[in-house]
Design a protein around this ligand. Structure first.
Ligand code: ADP
Ligand code: ADP
Length: 229
């Protein structure tokens, strides 16, 4: 489920400066496609169009063959899990933040998701565990800890589609590897759109799309793109 198709997508925030000038590619159900390219190339704009923060101005985006403009916002956003670069948490408990949008989830479900995201370690060190406020411990959660909360939220939501928007780029190398390992687990068998800065971080993608000046400059597997360099 969750096959995505971008079909001749055009978009500009400012009509005088087109950002996407005819982008076409597919993310087959269950596969992972990465979009890389320089800062400002329009990578995040693609994910905002899929999520319908904005609508395409020409062309179309479909999910399982259906135009996203014909899908209700609730059902579209319910089908998409998003892990952004910097997760902003609600000033509430860790459990609340994991449960976000799934208020009916039981404590056992929240804890299972948290365990899969390997949150147990730091929560174990908090006075009230999952009931601790995210700002507790005299300091804020670290970047890596916040990403783990975002991953647990996604595991609990269990969406067919996953968007990873530079999800590890704000982390140090060691934390990046740990979070990447957790993300690899979440993205398995889910239709995944990865947005990344560097080719080296998307080695395992089924296809890589290189965005430059509003068009697809290159596409292929990591091995193919490296060979061409
Ligand atoms: P990337 O993710 O590749 O870094 P973005 O998709 O975030 O690029 O942005 C593409 C271009 O659109 C950038 O030049 C950015 O400044 C511009 N842009 C992004 N969001 C907006 C906005 N809300 N209004 C106007 N311009 C924007
Ligand atoms: P619901 O599915 O209950 O309608 P939302 O559509 O608000 O909830 O959000 C669904 C998921 O998308 C949540 O996991 C949330 O973290 C994420 N999300 C919502 N808005 C944004 C945003 N602006 N940037 C990144 N992720 C977002």
């Amino acid at each position: 489920r969750g096959a995505i198709a971008f079909k001749d997508v055009h978009f500009a925030y400012d009509p005088a400066r087109p950002i996407l000038k005819g982008i076409s590619f597919e993310v087959p159900a269950g596969k992972t496609v990465a979009v890389v390219g320089p800062s400002g190339a329009g990578k995040s704009t693609l994910s905002r169009l899929l999520y319908r923060f904005y609508d395409v101005q020409q062309g179309a985006i479909t999910v399982d063959g259906q135009d996203v403009r014909d899908i209700t916002q609730q059902s579209l956003r319910g089908a998409i899990g998003m892990v952004p670069q910097d997760t902003v948490l609600f000033n509430d408990t860790i459990a609340y933040n994991i449960r976000y949008g799934r208020t009916a989830a039981s404590d056992a479900e929240v804890e299972a998701a948290a365990e899969a995201a390997q949150i147990a370690d730091f929560v174990g060190g908090l006075p009230d565990g999952y009931r601790a406020m995210v700002g507790e411990r005299g300091l804020k959660l670290s970047g890596g800890e916040k990403q783990r909360v975002a991953i647990a939220r996604t595991i609990l939501k269990a969406p067919p589609i996953l968007i990873l928007d530079e999800a590890t780029s704000a982390l140090d190398t060691k934390t990046e590897q740990e979070i990447q390992a957790a993300l690899d687990v979440v993205s398995r068998n889910r239709t995944t759109l990865v947005i990344a800065h560097r080719l080296s971080t998307v080695i395992n993608a089924d296809e890589i799309i290189v965005l430059k000046d509003g068009v697809i400059a290159e596409r292929g597997t990591h091995g193919e793109l490296i060979d061409r360099d």
